[in-house]
Design a protein around this ligand. Structure first.
Ligand SMILES: [Ca+2]
Length: 218
């Protein structure tokens, strides 16, 4: 039987290697980097070079202990100050309604089996003007087709912007966008059918239909 150290080493060997090259300017004191980390063990190595010469390195290990989620949807957009909203609708459900649609006004509805938390979706945050990323996670999906939409709730005077959607279905990643949208528009992104994990791409931006209006946020 492996002890914890041996298990960590085994998991480290199983981790894929990804190289990220970044030129860090002296005038830019912060160095923001977004990395997709795997579950289990991630070893992050920072290698510093001075033009043609190696100057030093350091590494740290990040453990991800959470179980893989069946469906994870992530919305991002480039323009701080614009308000986009991610919507994730259960099979047979209607956009903008509760409990069918998981969105800012219905962040953790009860879906699936009564009393089970794992089959309820969860939205982490409603970014309005202070951040530009929203995630919805469904740890345990159930049979049917789940629908993904994006709504440009308000540009707050910043004009058009171009969001992206990233979806993980049983750990498999798919990317959508960027899609140019103007304030008020809806992006019908895709549906995910469970348990097959099949993704049906829609990828169409449109104006809202009658009845798809949302009240002002408090
Ligand atoms: Ca939002």
């Amino acid at each position: 039987m492996m002890d914890s150290r041996q298990r960590d080493e085994q998991e480290t060997r199983n981790t894929a290697q990804v190289m990220v090259g970044i030129e860090h300017l002296a005038s830019q004191p912060d160095l923001p980097i977004d990395l997709d980390l795997a579950c289990h063990i991630n070893r992050l190595t920072l290698l510093k070079t001075d033009r043609d010469y190696w100057a030093g390195d350091s590494y740290t290990t990040v453990k991800c202990l959470s179980a893989q989620k069946d469906i994870h949807v992530q919305l991002t957009w480039p323009q701080l100050g614009s308000d986009f909203d991610l919507h994730f609708i259960r099979p047979g459900g209607a956009y903008g309604t509760s409990p069918d649609d998981c969105y800012y006004n219905n962040r953790n509805p009860h879906w699936g089996v009564a009393g089970m938390a794992e089959d309820n979706p969860a939205l982490d945050v409603d970014c309005i003007t202070g951040c530009t990323i929203e995630n919805i996670v469904l740890q345990r999906a159930f049979n049917g087709a789940f629908t993904i939409k994006v709504h440009y709730f308000s540009d707050h005077g910043h004009g058009p912007s171009s969001p992206r959607v990233r979806v993980w279905v049983a750990g498999q990643q798919l990317d959508f966008g960027p899609q140019q949208m103007t304030s008020g528009q809806v992006w019908d992104v895709a549906t995910v059918t469970w348990p097959a994990g099949a993704v049906s791409v829609i990828d169409q931006v449109r104006d809202p239909l009658p009845g798809e209006e949302f009240p002002a946020k408090p």
